[in-house]
Design a binder for this molecule. Structure first.
Ligand SMILES: [Zn+2]
Length: 596
């Protein structure tokens, strides 16, 4: 069924017809759990967990698991729907089943996914409209509420631009972190628990549900997929040519025609929409590093809450249907991508939009105009809801690499950087440890230029500019230091996080800042005079240069400190390790394997 919403006033009537005639989320007579999203209310954190417990108690094919903890001290819950009643990830993978992971409440002020997932779990477990068939070869995992701390700080007085649902949670979690900026640096316990889930459950498909208050238009639901250009070629083609068209088409058959997340080209709809380029700090960027087909739904915040819930409900349904129908292909392509990535040598750290490639996109927006405020009586510029329009506009969704790096055979991380090691481990990077102290010829990066944000961002002083130079040198490493081979299915994560110029690397997020600081103060003082004199005697070339400079530069010849500084700056005393990035790159280390 194709519905084109030309007149938004007709939307409630049309929805009523569709609710009766198509897949029906929320049928109170049969439902195991009762939800109130149709009356503009979302569940509290405690209610969400109780309702999943009830589903767990009712159905043998569902289980509410505790998989780690959160910053609020509450458990990290995972609700698993598995038709075989098998809740062991290893065994599920052996049975050649796909895993879909749905994450909700990353921003608890955007709870449509929390309610939609509960409704979906209820409905698929009841096999409404035959939905249970999606479970034949697919296991569905749902995170009820990711930011437990944010959900607990619930109030009507948050997100003042939003009037639904009646109460909602806050964006910051218990540590006031924005969890959709914490996927790569993982300062929150929530992110670390999710990283473990990613490794244990190894989802094939990942969905993170959100709501946006960006530009205004008629669409209730928009989509941010992993930017296809950033995926391995085999997955790029599948996502771009098959999966995304099927999902958009699938949503067209519901009352909620979905479009890509709306980022207008030069802030004007007529110039078209630009595909969102994720970086690893956000959910889709994190998924990309593990070759997972990742999606973010962004519901439009100005639409009625029941519509937002229904639209994401439909999307979860379509995603499950597609994954189930194309299960073998998804497994085969992901396996191929992971095999290829073991041998991948060149990695892209940044991309630029290709403005020469676009496709036509059906867009339903509102004209901009002058609006008279009902509150102040004054006029302002904005989207005029009395002037809807439909148009075909360009959609730009190809990106080209602009910054690439060749990975070494191995990275070596001194064990001192334990916060980095810890994150590498929970993200599945396989590492060896040196079995003795040793001297190794490595390539070092020196941070030659860097800048950081003026104020704290997500609890850290993020480096918005990083420039490096490379140097071959012989350095000491100690027994227990970590050797990371770049020949594994976690390569993308390893390179993106360890290359200092990576957009969300550990260096960018200030994990390695001590390497930028001077420790041993070597500035030439009075005692240096004796040392400098002796140094010149053993370094006749420098002595010659120094004497020449004295002759040619009268100011220099009269300045005692300038002369000491000159000798110091040209001596070995001035050689420092300031700015040496601690993670070394090792090439051709295969003949050194006896060291680990
Ligand atoms: Zn959000």
């Amino acid at each position: 069924m194709k519905i084109s919403v030309r007149n938004p006033q007709l939307l409630p009537v049309m929805l009523l017809v569709l609710v009766i005639t198509s897949c029906n989320p929320g049928n109170p007579e049969k439902d195991v759990i009762q939800l109130s999203w149709e009356t503009n209310q979302t569940v509290t954190y405690q209610e969400a967990i109780h309702k999943y417990e009830k589903l767990d108690n009712t159905f043998e094919t569902a289980r509410l698991l505790e998989q780690g903890t959160t910053d609020a001290g509450k458990p990290f819950h995972l609700f698993v729907i598995s038709r075989d009643k098998d809740f062991q990830p290893n065994s599920i993978h052996k049975k050649n089943k796909r895993v879909i992971l749905v994450n909700n409440g990353v921003h608890p002020g955007e709870p449509c996914g929390i309610d939609a997932s509960l409704q979906f779990a209820n409905d698929i477990l009841l096999n409404k409209d035959g939905m249970g068939r999606y479970l034949e070869n697919t296991v569905i995992c749902i995170v009820p509420v990711y930011s437990v701390g944010g959900a607990l700080k619930r109030t009507p007085y948050i997100r003042s631009n939003q009037n639904s649902p009646e109460e909602r949670g806050r964006r910051g979690n218990r540590r006031n972190l924005d969890l959709n900026r914490d996927y790569s640096k993982q300062d929150s316990q929530n992110a670390q628990s999710l990283a473990s889930i990613f490794q244990i459950w190894q989802p094939d498909v990942f969905l993170d549900t959100h709501t946006t208050n960006g530009s205004d238009h008629q669409h209730t639901i928009t989509l941010i997929p992993v930017q296809p250009s950033t995926l391995p070629t085999v997955l790029e083609g599948f996502l771009r040519e098959k999966m995304l068209p099927a999902l958009y088409q699938g949503m067209k058959e519901t009352p909620y025609e979905m479009i890509p997340y709306v980022m207008f080209n030069n802030r004007n709809p007529e110039n078209g929409i630009i595909s969102y380029l994720q970086s690893p700090r956000v959910s889709t960027g994190y998924a990309q590093m593990f070759q997972v087909l990742g999606f973010m739904t962004e519901n439009h915040v100005y639409k009625p809450y029941p519509d937002r819930v229904r639209s994401v409900y439909h999307f979860i349904t379509k995603l499950s249907e597609f994954t189930s129908t194309h299960g073998e292909e998804i497994s085969r392509l992901r396996h191929k991508a992971q095999q290829n990535i073991r041998r991948k040598q060149t990695y892209t750290l940044d991309y630029k939009l290709d403005t020469s490639r676009s496709r036509p996109l059906h867009f339903m927006g509102y004209r901009q105009g002058t609006i008279t405020s009902k509150l102040t009586g004054l006029q302002y510029k904005g989207y005029d809801h009395s002037k809807p329009f439909e148009d075909t506009i360009p959609f730009y969704s190809h990106y080209n690499p602009v910054s690439q790096v060749k990975a070494p055979d191995y990275y070596i991380i001194p064990q001192a950087w334990r916060h980095v090691i810890h994150r590498m481990k929970i993200n599945g990077a396989l590492m060896h440890r040196l079995n003795k102290d040793t001297l190794l010829k490595v390539q070092s990066y020196y941070i030659t230029n860097h800048d950081h944000l003026k104020s704290s961002y997500q609890g850290r002083y993020y480096h918005n500019k990083v420039e490096v130079s490379k140097q071959q040198e012989e350095l000491s490493f100690y027994k227990g230091d970590y050797v990371v081979p770049v020949n594994q299915i976690r390569n993308e994560y390893i390179v993106q996080m360890l290359e200092p110029e990576g957009k969300d690397s550990f260096f960018r997020w200030a994990f390695f800042d001590p390497c930028l600081e001077r420790r041993d103060w070597n500035h030439p003082g009075v005692t240096f005079e004796t040392n400098a004199k002796r140094y010149l005697e053993t370094h006749p070339e420098l002595k010659e240069q120094y004497l020449q400079k004295k002759q040619q530069d009268p100011g220099f010849a009269r300045d005692h400190m300038a002369q000491l500084e000159y000798i110091f700056n040209h001596s070995q005393w001035s050689k420092s390790i300031i700015g040496r990035y601690p993670v070394a790159r090792l090439e051709q280390g295969d003949n050194l394997k006896h060291l680990w």
